[in-house]
Design a binder for this molecule. Sequence first.
Ligand code: ZN
Length: 312
Amino acid sequence: MPILATLLLGLHTMPTLADPVVLPFAGGKKAAFSLEFDDSMVSQIKNVLPLLAEYKFPATFYINPGRNDYNAEVWEKQVPAAGHELADHTLHHGDTVGAEQGEKEIGSVAKIIEKVYGGPRLTVFGTPGGVKWEIPKDDFERILKENRLVFPGRMDFYQDGQGDITRFPQTALEKGIWRQLGFHGVGGQWLSTSVENLTLVLKFLDAHRDQIWVAPTGTVWKYMREREALHHISAVPHGKEITLTPSFDQTKLKPFELYNEPLTIQVPVPVSWKGARYSVDGRKHWKTATKTAIGMLIEVAPQVRSVIVERA
Ligand SMILES: [Zn+2]
């Protein structure tokens, strides 16, 4: 193209840019890791909550509000206030047979958790282990759906004597994947892990904070479902800004409004841009894009209709 034509075009258009992409994990991290604690145990109150506060990591607690030693003040107030996630692990962690008992054991806990967080939400469910569990499949699925429960499943559990605990986050990082690691007692009680071993895994995660996204199970699970449901993001440059329009397959995210975990989108911008800011659904609230080696990163929830990105 002659130089003059290029210059003229350059007055009102920008060169074609690559499409924006959603990154595998929030913040553009290489891997994700979720710490999970089962059975709302007293040793976790004593030994886990202070450590998580010290290292500033949010975790997932699978609670049983029907247990004799259940402490509602801690589990339903302090734990959510500290940014942790409560997951449904049934009321009593006992034998559960038939739809009616299943309804009571599962549904009552989901209702407690929604009340704690002040409204409808997607709540993680984890099946209790070591008990008789006989709920017909159709009933089980109906109970989950009616209570807005999601079922990510479990991956690894750890207790002392099972080798180097840091291999779990190490594997997540090496493979660029999400791993969940579950615990029972910590520094006591059953299937126990020592405080030293838990500290080792927290130290590893702390040392790799820039590479590993440490987040509750439900948070990572939602992020991954949303990412899978994203068809594409169109990017239309005009003048000094770019308008992004994400489009999701909403049939994969039901109910859509509860899939509200912001996705990290990498936005290609002209090389001349030293920084960028963005605003969702209008021009009122501008946020600064995070500049990284892989481009400008912005955070967009699935409910957002359009995003304006401009040079800053
Ligand atoms: Zn359990």
